[in-house]
Ligand binder design. Structure first.
Ligand code: G4P
Ligand code: NA
Ligand code: NA
Length: 190
């Protein structure tokens, strides 16, 4: 997606050879016009999949997910990372290990919002090692729902996430694929 790649070139900051900072438009400040275009692009790619729900994870997945949900006309569920005062329903949970933070955490979605009739599109802001995505997939499968695929805003193709998800049989659609972060420059997959 050319507008997204341009935005990454102009406003992304290469923090190291593994980490790209995009706080200017995705992870802290959010560009609503770009998010709308991202939602339209996800909708275009998954239009024929009979999606009934979108599932993402708080916090940074919510903005692109909600724009895709608006385009596809379906509800958006975000998995919670922390306990909630009001989320007292029966929960489906998964354990997610973060390599970057080196901590294991539990993510949760209420059983009330997913059923075996649902066909789910998973959306997230980043795909690195794919641990978050696999946690979401586990929760969706526990609910008996089917998974149409994953829509990722920025994929770090030099990490294992995409390959592992594809080997597990999932369709992965990434709007920007980063081949390398070197000498402060973002190199995209051709
Ligand atoms: P994994 O899920 O693929 O295994 O990734 P990892 O544990 O390494 O990532 C933990 C968090 O860091 C996730 O956000 C993920 O989106 C984010 N992340 C991973 N690599 C990058 C990167 O190069 N740049 C940026 N900006 N983020 C990256 P999170 O902690 O869940 O945060 P948030 O959703 O609240 O923003
Ligand atoms: Na993130
Ligand atoms: Na995320």
């Amino acid at each position: 997606m050319e507008q997204l790649k341009q935005k990454i070139r102009n406003e992304g900051i290469v923090l190291s050879d593994r980490v790209l900072k995009v706080d200017a438009f995705l992870n802290h400040q959010i560009d609503p016009v770009l998010m709308q275009q991202i939602g339209q692009e996800f909708a275009r790619r998954f239009r024929d999949e009979k999606i009934t729900k979108i599932v993402t994870i708080e916090a940074s997945g919510i903005a692109p997910a909600i724009m895709a949900g608006l385009e596809l006309g379906v509800p958006v569920i975000f998995a919670r990372k922390h306990q909630s005062l009001t989320l007292t329903d029966h929960l489906l949970t998964a354990s997610v290990y973060s390599f970057t933070k080196q901590v294991e955490s539990t993510i949760a979605i209420s059983t009330n919002h997913l059923s075996p009739n649902d066909r789910v599109l998973v959306i997230d802001d980043f795909l690195a090692n794919g641990k978050a995505a696999k946690g979401l997939i586990s929760i969706i499968q526990q609910a008996g729902a089917s998974i149409a695929g994953l829509g990722i805003v920025i994929e770090k193709s030099f990490q294992a996430g995409r390959q592992e998800l594809e080997e597990a049989g999932f369709r992965v659609e990434s709007l920007a694929r980063v081949a390398a972060l070197s000498d402060g420059q973002v190199v995209f997959v051709e």
